[in-house]
Design a protein around this ligand. Structure first.
Ligand code: C5P
Length: 231
């Protein structure tokens, strides 16, 4: 896709997974590699956008080297929130593709937690802010397109989209990319499948294939949104 439909636009993408420290050497985290967010940043740059990639714990070797992409490396949810909000203040589009830790340990000790005969101490957790929901509720800029991701597993009824619809309404983002995960329904060699919903849960786009294909399908919906809101 070489359409320059994001020329002159500024896009912020978050990628990877946040980590919350327990002590100087341990953290609570997740397995997100950051590949989908990186594919989005690269696709947006190809389509003409100026991109900030807020990369949470993404392996150095995966980070893109592109003149239109500024990479900001972060670790915790608090750092990701600051980076996204700082870059997002002037952005036309914010895509939250990062897996954000929902909880963080209340206290991170300055010294490594030691084993003791009394057994382990419980870890007290605090709730992290929902960065996406905040961005959707209090817009940093009027007309900004706010996009979220939802990884949903099907239940007995198999209704992944029903979960996605509920999440779209709850989060209030303009667009929500819903991925079905953990399926054994054998879409085997199709690595990714995404359905794009609007804030009401209506289907406004669909994509499948590589993470780059999924990125372009989502950016099609974003570009259409931008055209609709700025004309
Ligand atoms: O509610 P859930 O975690 O499934 O929502 C996923 C979406 O919300 C993703 O776009 C993710 O980046 C965003 N999110 C966030 N802040 C959180 C949790 C999730 O921005 N604390």
């Amino acid at each position: 896709n070489d359409v320059q439909d994001l020329a002159g636009r500024t896009v912020v993408v978050s990628a990877g997974g946040t980590r919350e420290p327990l002590d100087p050497v341990r953290f609570l985290g997740n397995r997100s590699s950051g590949r989908q967010g990186i594919a989005l940043a690269v696709a947006a740059a190809r389509r003409g956008a100026t991109v900030t990639l807020a990369a949470a714990n993404v392996d150095e070797s995966l980070l893109p080297d592109h003149p239109a992409i500024a990479v900001e490396r972060v670790e915790t949810t608090a750092e990701l929130r600051s980076a996204v909000r700082a870059a997002g203040a002037g952005a036309d589009v914010i895509v939250m593709a990062a897996a954000v830790a929902d909880f963080r340990p209340v206290a991170s000790t300055a010294h490594k937690i030691k084993k003791s005969d009394a057994g382990p101490e419980p870890i007290e957790l605090a709730q992290n802010p929902d960065i996406l929901a905040e961005l959707a509720a209090d817009r940093l800029r009027p007309g900004q397109v706010v996009v979220g991701f939802a990884a949903e597993t099907g239940d007995e009824t198999g209704d992944v989209l029903a979960h996605g619809r509920a999440k779209a309404r709850r989060k209030g983002a303009d667009l929500l990319a819903v991925n079905e995960v953990g399926t054994d329904r054998g879409f085997g060699d199709v690595p990714n499948e995404v359905t794009v919903l609007d804030a009401d849960g209506a289907v406004v786009g669909q994509g499948s294939g590589s993470k780059a294909d999924v990125a372009d399908a989502l950016l099609d919906a974003v570009a259409e949104r931008l055209r609709a809101t700025t004309t």
